[in-house]
Ligand binder design. Structure first.
Ligand SMILES: [Ca+2]
Length: 453
């Protein structure tokens, strides 16, 4: 264990003095020579990350995907895309990272799946399908067009007509990424099983993608028009910003859901507390009260809603000071957030601001109150690289190539009723003892949960 870890007080949660290193696996390190980063390449760089002193890595999606949205269109949440490696590679990565005292966070793409996910294929098969209600389907609106005025984040209507089954389906981002219907308890259970699956493989937490998009208005009411933005988050999303997102994201029912997710993470503690960080982007001009609501009234929802207000700021000290002060004022007592300057969603820090400015901003990243999330390569001041259109050839046409190398031994858990060996949360009446938190981290043996029920 490294000196840094030894210096951590026993009562300190590990992420309170951690640096999280965000890796986009596709472009991090190629191992097998196909020009695409993979888990094997990532393992090769663990010594560098250990030398660098990072405490945790967060991996953008490496799951089976046709890569319409470069991995965020997930076709199987409990798999490794063959481009990235195998589940055995993932297990080895976790083991070798833990051996170096580096924790592992993975992306939880909660709000949607690939259009090529087997769940969606079954759902769109017919209106009578048992999985029809796993996605959000609706008849045309009164005028014959889409059911309501919702706009996709990436532009255009958030609804696409499905000729085969004669209804529209909802997609908050791209038509190739339909939204799951988390109001269906079977969907919630299936997605919580995804969390269980990765926790049982030893991951130390999750970054929840598009966290606010998980629950929408059940009545699918129109969004009102937005007032012109005069301040706040300056990232321009075009026609998406013309509406207030009152009904298509962040429905109040989302908070009980995140409390349930938090309980699940808290219950899976044999390897120490699991962390949840979440992508929640404040609406332009709407303040940060809604964002801060995701901590939960008793700090019992997301551990750290991510502070994503900094990357879009101009190179202006006052702008940074005001944005930092606003976030710190919004965080509830006892709460904590991340500090983020770069990500897969943004041009690189050095590309946005310049090399000298990037050096200055990295000092800011590592000294502000909050847990730094360092995007890989920003520690080197890497610039943006031009990507030829030809390299983007997988869009929409990629084959789904998932690894099932060890899935026969540990398949993605189905509903608990059909898999008695599957881990599950204690029922309200359960008297099962909580698995004790180990005194040392990382765990030396296999991660197991106490049997329950
Ligand atoms: Ca490769």
């Amino acid at each position: 264990m490294r000196p840094h870890a030894l210096a951590t007080a026993p009562t300190t949660l590990w992420w309170e003095d951690a640096v999280i290193y965000h890796i986009y696996p596709r472009s991090f390190q190629d191992f097998d020579g196909d020009g695409i980063g993979d888990l094997g390449g990532l393992r090769q760089r663990l010594d560098y990350l250990s030398w660098l002193g990072v405490d945790a890595i967060w991996l953008s999606p490496f799951y089976a995907s046709p890569a319409v949205d470069f991995g965020y269109d997930v076709a199987d949440h409990c798999s490794v895309d063959l481009i990235m490696g195998t589940l055995d590679d993932f297990d080895a990565l976790v083991e070798e990272a833990h051996r170096r005292g580096i924790r592992v966070l993975v992306d939880f793409v909660a709000s949607n799946t690939s259009i090529r996910h087997p769940w969606f294929a079954e759902s769109r098969g017919s209106r009578e399908s048992g999985k029809r209600d796993w996605y959000i389907w609706a008849d045309p609106g009164p005028g014959g067009g889409p059911p309501n005025n919702w706009i996709a984040v990436f532009g255009g209507s958030a609804w696409t007509w499905d000729e085969t089954s004669g209804q529209y389906y909802l997609h908050s981002f791209l038509p190739e990424i339909p939204d799951l219907n988390w109001r269906n308890p079977q969907v919630e259970e299936a997605m919580l099983n995804v969390l269980r699956f990765w926790m049982d493989r030893g991951v130390d937490g999750f970054r929840i993608d598009a966290a606010e998009h998980v629950l929408k208005d059940a009545r699918l009411r129109d969004n009102p028009a937005a007032a012109p933005v005069t301040g706040g988050h300056p990232k321009n999303l075009g026609e998406y910003d013309r509406l207030r997102h009152l009904h298509d994201r962040g429905h109040p029912d989302i908070h009980p859901l995140y409390r349930r997710i938090r309980r699940l993470l808290d219950e899976h503690r044999p390897a120490g507390p699991r962390l949840s960080i979440a992508e929640i982007v404040p609406e332009p001009g709407a303040g940060l009260g809604h964002w801060a609501g995701f901590y939960g009234q008793a700090l019992d929802e997301i551990h750290m809603p991510m502070n994503l207000t900094l990357p879009a700021l101009p190179w202006d000290a006052t702008a940074f000071r005001d944005a930092i002060a606003a976030v710190e004022a919004a965080i509830p007592a006892g709460g904590r957030t991340t500090v983020v300057l770069g990500s897969h969603d943004e041009p690189r820090v050095a590309g946005r601001y310049g090399q000298d400015q990037a050096r200055c901003l990295l000092v800011l990243l590592l000294t502000l109150a909050g847990t730094p999330v360092l995007y890989y390569g920003d520690e080197l001041g890497l610039p943006d690289s031009p990507v030829p259109l030809a390299r983007n050839a997988t869009r929409g046409g990629g084959a789904i190539r998932r690894s099932t190398a060890t899935s026969a031994a540990r398949p993605c858990p189905g509903p608990p009723a059909t898999r008695p060996d599957s881990p599950r949360p204690p029922s309200p009446g359960c008297r099962c003892p909580r698995t004790p938190r180990p005194s040392a981290w990382p765990p030396s043996g296999p991660i197991r949960r106490a049997p329950c029920g």
